[in-house]
Design a protein around this ligand. Structure first.
Ligand code: F6P
Length: 370
């Protein structure tokens, strides 16, 4: 008769990477090994389990040891690899007519778990990955989710690891833009990631004294932004900084999307360029655009994100040890708690316009284009 004892767990990382992923992998591995469990790492989301043809050396699933995770807490990226294409629940394949259709390959993934003798999964991911992991719970797998994204747009947790590093880096970059913008009397438009949430734009914009911050939650009016900047110049300012979230959209317009393909999340981009074009006829000063893009995802996690990631990883293992499943670890300061996966997966948390950083920004005279 099968017992409920855990002997072997697996970890995977899905979606876009975020600084701190390796710290979670380290904590899960060490806390798992210390309990006498075997800890496996699945390569590239779930690919290592259900696409063995991609791993001719048979290393789609690897055995995680103390040695392998020894020096990875400070390392950016993920040693397991990740992917945001080829979601197994909507896997793109060609039909007999050559059309791309989406196939559910979940059963192959579940067969992979069975084949490897995996008792439980620690799934590290964003809304899409956690939604998928929650689907496995319904099919009998024990799962604990760990929320990850630089966008900080996951419901149920006060913050995700990776966000603080991204905000710190964006802030430093905007600080640098102030000096060059001032020398040339220019308007600098800085586009930052965040998908459909404006958290990075808001927090980095306020911290780095931007003059305008445009976020997806508040459709902007270009005339309002131009008026605000022109007033500043009239009052003696020599330069201005506008931070635009990649998901920001003008009133009556849509999010700028550059690619939309079956089995992949939409690719956002072009928000800064669109704003540059719209703003140009309305202002006197020269405009330059800077796209921060993946610079915000790369590099080492800062101390805050390392600690949060280690706490999340260790808490995920404790949850499994205590017999939990179908939960996500979440920060609810000062502690880490568990929230039901089905309450959070597939939902995104946007900036609440009553948020204190928003109110602070307005008190500081920062324009949101509304
Ligand atoms: O979700 C994280 C994120 O970095 C978003 O901010 C961004 O829109 C997206 O991933 C970019 O993904 P990719 O690496 O596929 O271009």
């Amino acid at each position: 008769m099968a017992d409920n004892k855990i002997r072997k767990i697996a970890i995977n990382t899905g979606g876009g990477d975020a600084p701190g992923l390796n710290a979670v992998i380290k904590a899960v591995t060490v806390a798992g090994l210390n309990r006498g469990w075997q800890v496996l790492g699945i390569r590239d989301g779930y690919n290592g389990l259900f696409l063995p043809e991609n791993y001719p050396a048979g290393d789609g699933v690897i055995n995680l040891t103390y040695e392998l995770v020894e020096n990875i807490t400070a390392l950016g990226g993920t040693i397991l690899g990740t992917t945001n294409r080829g979601n197994p629940t909507r896997y793109p394949m060609k039909d007999t007519k050559g059309n791309v259709v989406e196939i559910d390959r979940t059963d192959e993934v579940l067969a992979g778990f069975k084949r490897e003798g995996i008792d439980a999964l620690v799934a590290i991911g964003g809304d899409g990955s956690l939604f998928m992991a929650n689907g496995f719970v319904a099919k009998g797998l024990k799962v604990v989710g760990v929320p990850k994204t630089i966008d900080n747009d996951l419901d149920g947790t006060v913050i995700t690891f990776g966000f603080d590093t991204a905000v710190s880096y964006a802030t430093e970059a905007i600080d640098r833009l102030h000096t060059t913008a001032k020398s040339h009397g220019r308007i600098m438009i800085v586009e930052v990631m965040g998908r459909y949430a404006g958290w990075i734009a808001l927090e980095a914009g306020v911290a780095a004294s931007a003059d305008a911050i445009l976020i997806p939650e508040i459709p902007y009016d270009t005339n309002v932004v131009a008026d605000h900047l022109n007033k500043l110049f009239k009052a003696g300012r020599k330069h201005a900084i506008v931070v635009v979230a990649e998901g920001a959209k003008p009133k009556g317009g849509d999010t700028a999307i550059i690619e939309s393909e079956a089995g992949k999340s939409e690719r956002l981009g072009g928000a800064a360029e669109r704003l540059d074009k719209a703003l140009k006829p309305l202002v006197q000063n020269e405009i330059r655009t800077v796209i921060m893009g993946h610079l915000l995802r790369g590099g080492a996690p800062n101390a805050f994100d390392r600690l949060l990631a280690l706490r999340f990883g260790a808490a995920a293992v404790r949850a499994l040890d205590e017999g939990m499943s179908g939960v996500m670890v979440a920060l609810d300061p000062p502690t880490v708690r568990y929230v039901p996966l089905d309450q959070v997966s597939g939902r995104i948390r946007q900036v609440d316009v009553e948020n204190d950083s928003m109110i602070t920004a307005r008190d500081l005279g920062i324009c949101f284009g509304d």
